[in-house]
Each structure stands twice: as structure tokens, then as C-alpha cells.
Ligand binder design. Structure first.
Ligand code: COA
Length: 249
């Protein structure tokens, strides 16, 4: 079913326990033409605006995976999943994804070959995945890290650990990069991930978890919740392989 007919899910249907967060991780090469039948025209048009095929595939896979994972969590067909992307700032359909009526919070991230979709009923969620690229992190660290975070960054992997922790928080709050990354402070890369400061205010209750998504990547998920949240990182390959659409060929 395409988006126009997508039903708003009954909130009582959410089966994701409120203390858990599932992070589904897929790879661009898992995307098949028949998966695109799960997407409404507006989603396809949005993805087609990206000039590079790799970017298009990542965005499409994120949208597909979001519907498949939400459908499985709530117990409906993927075509019945309504996704609202209304931007909090301008009202256009390019903001954080919401799943109205599901009782679930969602976040999507893509980098390199990977796409991650986080779902939880525990609170607003942000996931960030970054491919560890051999950049001159020394040159850009001051734009990402506070001086005391910078002092703890001993190499490229540390740098990406700090980056993904901070971006996960900013995606959970919905601010994204509208708030400078130096405006928040997280624990040292070698320490348990903790949000220590957000702007000048006391930080919101936030459960930060570094997640294992594969060699050459760093990833973190942030859930704005006072209670502990158990994070399960799940390989989405099987879900994509068995997606209930009829293959075109
Ligand atoms: C959200 C943001 C940090 C992601 O940056 P990124 O590292 O390039 O990309 P990621 O792959 O990790 O995340 C992209 C996903 O973030 C989600 N997203 C977009 N805006 C978001 C927001 N404000 N909060 C949380 N998530 C957001 C989307 O799901 C997007 O993927 P999709 O479009 O394929 O579904 C960045 O795009 C941003 O700051 N956007 C908001 C900027 C803003 O408010 N602009 C105002 C425009 S009027």
C-alpha cells in the first residue's frame, strides 16, 4: 500500500517494551527494486532528489527499513505504517521521522554502506552512524569537541566516538546541527558514554549507548529517558530478504 492509504497505527498496538531500544542495521547492497514498492511516491521523490546513486540508495533503504521495523514492532503490514517527517522549524517534510499513533520514537542514520534505524517506546531517540574515514581530524576537532573532550581524543576512532555520541544526542533532541556540537559535552571516548552537559542547562535524562555496527564504523544511540534502556543491535539482512513484497524479477 502506498502512503496515501497508510493507516495511523493504534497506539495500544505498540509491542516494543518501554525499556528497550532496537537498532536495525542494514547495508546498501540489501536494497532490492521490490523494496521500493513499500514507499509512497513522496518518499521516492525525496530520495530521487539526491544526485549520487549511493546517497539515493541509503535514503531509500532507511525509509524501507523504518517501515519494515515499525510494522514488525507494532504488528501491522509495512504499507500501513504512516511516517511523518514534518520539520519542527519550517514545516516541510524533511525533519526527523515520526510514527504517529504507534507509541514509538524513531531515528534513522546512514553512512558508508550502513543504514541504522532505531525504534523505542522509551522516549525520543537519536542514532548516528559514521564510517571512520581517514580525515585530518586534528583540523576539524575544534568544531566538534569542547577543549576538555579534545584533550581525551587520542586518534581517529576516538574522534568518531565523540562525534557519534554528540550527534546521537542532537538527533534525539531534534535540534540536529542547528545546535553547535561544541555546545554539548560527553564523556571521554574510553569511558562509559554519558551526556554531561547540554548548553548551559542541566542535561536532560539521556541514556547513551555505543553500538557495534561493524569494522570501520562508529555508532551511538541516545534515548531521552530517565530509566535504563536496553539496546539491541539487530542485523536487518533477514528482515530485508524476507520483506513481504512480490519481487519484480
Ligand atoms: C539531522 C542531522 C544532524 C543528520 O545529519 P547527517 O549526519 O548528515 O545524517 P544522518 O544519516 O546521521 O541522519 C540523517 C537522518 O536524520 C533524520 N533527521 C533529519 N532531521 C532531523 C532532526 N532535526 N532531528 C533528528 N533527526 C533528523 C532523517 O531521518 C535523516 O535521514 P532520512 O532523511 O534518510 O530519513 C542533520 O541533517 C541536521 O542537523 N538536520 C537538521 C537541520 C535543520 O534543522 N535544518 C532546518 C531546515 S528548515
Amino acid at each position: 500500500m502506498k502512503g496515501a492509504g497508510a493507516a495511523v497505527m493504534d497506539q495500544s498496538a505498540a509491542i516494543e517494551p518501554p525499556t528497550q531500544c532496537a537498532v536495525h542495521v542494514g547495508r546498501s547492497q540489501h536494497l532490492r527494486p521490490h523494496h521500493l514498492r513499500l514507499l509512497p511516491d513522496a518518499e521516492l521523490d525525496r530520495a530521487r532528489r539526491y544526485q549520487l546513486a549511493a546517497d539515493r540508495d541509503r535514503v531509500m533503504l532507511g525509509a524501507v527499513l523504518l517501515r519494515l521495523a515499525a510494522a514488525r514492532a507494532v504488528g501491522v503490514e509495512p504499507g500501513e505504517v504512516a511516517v511523518d517527517r514534518t520539520c519542527d522549524r519550517c514545516g516541510d517534510q524533511h525533519g526527523r521521522p515520526r510514527l504517529p499513533g504507534s507509541g514509538l520514537h524513531a531515528s534513522v542514520s546512514h553512512s558508508g554502506d550502513l543504514v541504522a534505524v532505531a525504534l523505542t517506546a522509551a522516549g525520543p531517540v537519536g542514532v548516528d552512524v559514521e564510517a571512520v574515514r581517514p580525515i585530518d581530524f586534528v583540523a576539524v576537532a575544534d568544531r566538534i569537541c569542547t577543549p576538555s573532550e579534545r584533550a581525551e581524543v587520542r586518534g581517529l576512532t576516538d574522534f568518531y566516538t565523540v562525534w557519534t555520541r554528540k550527534e546521537a544526542v542532537l538527533k534525539a533532541t531534534g535540534e540536529g546541527l542547528a545546535r553547535p556540537m561544541t555546545d554539548l559535552h560527553v564523556s571521554a571516548p574510553s569511558a562509559v558514554p554519558v551526556l554531561l552537559r547540554l548548553g548551559s542547562d542541566a542535561p536532560p535524562a539521556c541514556q547513551l549507548t555505543d553500538i557495534p555496527v561493524g569494522d570501520g564504523y562508529r555508532a551511538c544511540v541516545a534515548v531521552l529517558s530517565a530509566g535504563p534502556v536496553t539496546v539491541a543491535t539487530l542485523d536487518a539482512g533477514e528482515m530485508l530478504r524476507t520483506a513481504s513484497t512480490s519481487p519484480e524479477s
